[in-house]
Write a protein that binds this ligand. Structure first.
Ligand SMILES: *[C@@H]1O[C@H](CO)[C@@H](O)[C@H](O)[C@H]1NC(C)=O
Ligand SMILES: *[C@@H]1O[C@H](CO)[C@@H](O)[C@H](O)[C@H]1NC(C)=O
Ligand SMILES: *[C@@H]1O[C@H](CO)[C@@H](O)[C@H](O)[C@H]1NC(C)=O
Ligand SMILES: *[C@@H]1O[C@H](CO)[C@@H](O)[C@H](O)[C@H]1NC(C)=O
Length: 420
């Protein structure tokens, strides 16, 4: 979704500003360290565990617990060895939560057994709800929920009408984090994106459930950009925008055992919206199911890309489509809301080495396969093996619509075969 891109851009600008701040902060901290070691060891205990209720947080869903959560974070981050923050059963209301590193602790676990509720007082937020920045070896685990309580504010999202709309807070944001694991939790009804991963290396999302109504605006499930070694496994995503979107600069991404729907599919892109975006490569989507989603597997790029960029080595294998709009789609002329300037001299996004293998099921629009590539940069090295998707509607038949795509195929159902 286009507004997703805008959101990322806004986020990025905020990051640059806060990164500059943090640099100054690092220096101060170093000075303090020296002072501390001269005066003797600090008071922080090894193997610390910080339960927010012991710090005074009230599990009534009404009392603001931001202070207690941030206090637990400051202690854990400033501790040594392995540190744990416990959010026990109960409902804890909070405003924006700032969890910024770098931390002294080697490892931090947030044990989420209860529910964190995001306050609907939008005046409290600068950008995101829970923002985790510059942290290594972080685990968020448990059976609890991050509840964005978006229902009350989705009506304030004007992005469908106004491109310079105010962006609502994303729920969980990881910026510049290495070796993170998010496991078992539910992320519910985010005001905007549910999970956003930016400039992180080594992130695993496992057994997570991401849920919002199919008509909730810009509620992408998981978005990533400028990140590597991301793996999303055994995760169920039902949202109002892309289930997963893989933005510029994403490399070595594995997605398997994901169920998507409702939602707009698992998308690479959008690519080419901004200047100097980085390549996307080594993306593998396997053993996934799409149920009633608008798209299945999709690659979307702007024809009038601002600078050249390549999406390559992308594979889709063992995918089941159940009542999907566009099950397989490469769209090199993506242009939501007609904001693209011109066709011009552009076509600077290269899409190559994309394989689709063993993709079966049904669609509710006739185009089971849409490869809409540009005449200036035809899609190269597309392979299709064992594809059988059937249109279930009336008054039309299943068809593959392909332009400017070089396709090698084997075992593809006749109705799904690109002709000319
Ligand atoms: C978050 O905390 C860090 C470190 O304590 C600080 O430098 C930064 O300004 C805070 N960010 C916000 C948005 O409050
Ligand atoms: C992705 O899967 C490949 C093949 O199974 C594996 O070699 C690679 O380490 C995986 N990468 C990640 C980030 O999970
Ligand atoms: C094809 O994919 C389906 C899942 O969609 C899987 O059950 C089946 O085993 C796969 N077939 C082969 C030959 O791998
Ligand atoms: C059938 O679907 C194709 C592809 O979407 C469309 O171009 C065509 O107009 C449709 N035909 C009818 C009779 O609706």
């Amino acid at each position: 979704m286009a507004f997703s891109d805008l959101a990322i851009r806004v986020l990025f600008l905020l990051l640059v500003v806060s990164a500059a701040h943090a640099k100054g902060k690092d220096k101060e901290e170093k000075k303090d360290d020296k002072k501390e070691s001269a005066d003797g060891p600090s008071a922080s205990a090894a193997d610390g565990t910080y339960d927010i209720t012991k710090l005074g947080a009230k599990p009534d869903g009404e009392t603001d617990c931001t202070k207690e959560v941030e206090e637990a974070w400051a202690s854990a981050c400033g501790g040594t060895g392995k540190q744990t923050i416990v959010i026990p059963k109960g409902d804890f209301l909070t405003g924006p939560i700032n969890m910024t590193g770098p931390c002294k602790a080697d490892e931090i676990t947030i044990n989420l057994e209860g529910n964190l509720l995001s306050s609907n007082d939008l005046a409290k937020y600068k950008s995101n709800w829970i923002e985790i920045m510059r942290v290594k070896k972080l685990t968020i685990t448990g059976k609890g929920t991050l509840d964005g309580q978006g229902k009350a504010v989705w009506g304030k999202n004007s992005c469908a009408k106004n491109y310079n709309c105010k962006i609502l807070p994303n729920s969980l944001v990881l910026d510049f984090c290495d070796d993170a694991l998010i496991e078992g939790i539910t992320i519910l009804n985010s005001k905007f994106f549910h999970l956003n991963i930016y400039e992180c290396h080594g992130v695993t999302v496992k057994d997570v459930s991401v849920t919002a109504p199919g008509d909730s605006p810009n509620t992408d499930g998981i978005h990533m950009g400028d990140s590597s070694k991301v793996s999303i496994v055994d995760t169920k995503i039902a949202v109002g925008d892309d289930c997963i979107s893989i933005g510029p600069g994403s490399t070595e991404v594995n997605i398997s055992g994901v169920t998507c729907g409702p939602g707009h599919g698992i998308s690479v892109g959008s690519l080419g919206r901004y200047k100097d975006e980085k390549d996307v490569t080594d993306i593998h989507v396997k053993n996934c199911v799409f149920k009633g989603s608008q798209n299945g597997v999709r690659i979307k790029s702007y024809e009038d890309a601002k600078s050249p960029l390549t999406a390559s080595k992308i594979s889709y294998e063992n995918i089941e489509m159940d009542d999907v709009g566009y099950p397989i789609i490469i769209d090199q002329k993506y242009c939501p809301n007609k904001i693209c300037t011109s066709k011009g001299d552009a076509a600077r996004v290269t899409v190559k080495d994309v394989s689709f293998k063993n993709i079966t099921g049904t669609c509710n629009l006739p185009e089971s396969v849409s490869l809409l590539c540009s005449d200036k940069k035809p899609c190269e090295g597309v392979t299709m093996d064992d594809i059988k998707i059937e249109y279930t509607g009336k008054n039309n038949k299943t068809m593959a619509v392909c332009t400017n795509a070089k396709v090698t195929s084997k075992g593809v159902d006749k109705a799904n075969t690109c002709s000319a």
